[in-house]
Design a binder for this molecule. Structure first.
Ligand code: ADP
Length: 319
């Protein structure tokens, strides 16, 4: 099973203490949700490729090297000398919760077009993954919709993380409209509980999930609740699984670790997604929750995503 991820690959500039002069110190953490998912999949043993664009600059080369080191196929990653690699500045609360500000006007991930190299990588894959950040501005917005259409036409399994970054949108009603459009191509959707309330306001959770299933050809919806765990909703089941108790240091990447693990699990099952049993869904969520919890134990995203052996050791320790 090979999965191709598309979207932003950028630097998360993360707090790293205070200098001896009293100034904040930052660490350059490789990030970008779809890139994190690509690494999560690869670390869990799946074949994973990433398509997108970074600048042909120090940061862009650094990001490419990180994906390469993590055995993500970067043949479809374009290094463009005309645009800079984007930055996301991360601030952390005392509890390790993140907030973001972005430096990505004319950033390489925004100035991306659907090209023949991307097409080739989608053709090679069995599944495609992306999220809503690349929908925030053109030309990436058009590229994302075109790639989704192409992937559907080529009968790939499609996963989508709503991953709403409010700061990236001047008008949230446009975000909502574009997410709805994208969902017409999606099989497996992930939303946080806040994002679910955003795309289906004024509805109880089950009604909101039912409404999404009715309006779009979705097969599986995942809902994440941070330290309260997660849920999976299908046409047949609605299952909640609590999270693992851990001392979270930085939740950056927890959602990507979670989604990567769920995808790795579901794509590892031989049958179609239509009739997953309660036990199968519970096991998928349990392992995904474990990967989400492990990702909170270290700072940053990519560096804190677990290998399969780390996941197994964590599960043994917490059984
Ligand atoms: P996102 O908001 O990006 O979807 P979450 O922060 O909800 O992601 O994290 C995804 C999953 O990771 C959660 O559903 C949970 O299983 C796990 N997780 C996240 N934060 C914690 C935490 N503080 N303690 C334990 N598990 C956590």
């Amino acid at each position: 099973m090979k999965i191709c991820s598309f979207g932003e690959l950028l630097l998360d500039v993360t707090p790293y203490g205070i200098s001896d002069k009293g100034y904040p110190v930052s660490e350059f953490n490789p990030g970008g949700a779809p890139a994190n998912v690509a690494v999560a999949l690869s670390k869990l043993g799946l074949e994973s490729s990433f398509i997108g664009q970074v600048g042909d600059d120090f940061f862009g080369h650094f990001l490419k090297s990180v994906l390469d080191e993590n055995k993500v196929d970067t043949q479809g990653l374009k290094l463009n000398p005309n645009f800079p690699t984007s930055l996301a500045i991360v601030s952390l609360t005392d509890k390790g919760e993140r907030s973001f500000s972005f430096y990505r006007k004319n950033g390489a991930d925004v100035m991306v077009d659907f090209n023949s190299d991307f097409q080739l990588k989608i053709d090679e894959a069995d599944a495609f993954h992306c999220g809503s950040v690349s929908l925030s501005d053109d030309p990436a917005r058009t590229a994302t919709m075109d790639i989704l259409k192409y992937s559907r036409q080529k009968e790939k399994q499609i996963s989508f993380d709503v991953n709403l970054r409010v700061l990236l949108w001047n008008d949230l009603s446009i975000a909502k409209r574009l997410i709805e459009e994208a969902l017409d191509y999606v099989d497996i959707l992930k939303v946080s509980e806040e994002e679910l309330a955003f795309i289906r306001p004024n509805l109880k959770e089950e009604e909101a999930l039912h409404s999404l299933m009715k309006d779009h050809p979705l097969k599986v919806i995942l809902v994440t609740y941070g330290e309260k765990g997660s849920a999976v909703y299908t046409n047949e089941h609605w299952i909640h699984v609590p999270s693992f108790k851990v001392k979270a240091i930085d939740t950056t990447g927890a959602g990507d670790a979670f989604f990567g693990a769920f995808l790795a699990g579901i794509y590892g099952l031989s049958q179609t997604m239509d009739h997953l049993s309660v036990q199968e869904l519970k096991t998928l969520l349990y392992r995904a929750n474990a990967c989400g919890a492990i990702a909170t134990l270290k700072k940053g995203a990519i560096g804190s995503l677990p290998e399969l052996s780390e996941l197994e050791a964590f599960l043994k320790e917490h059984s």
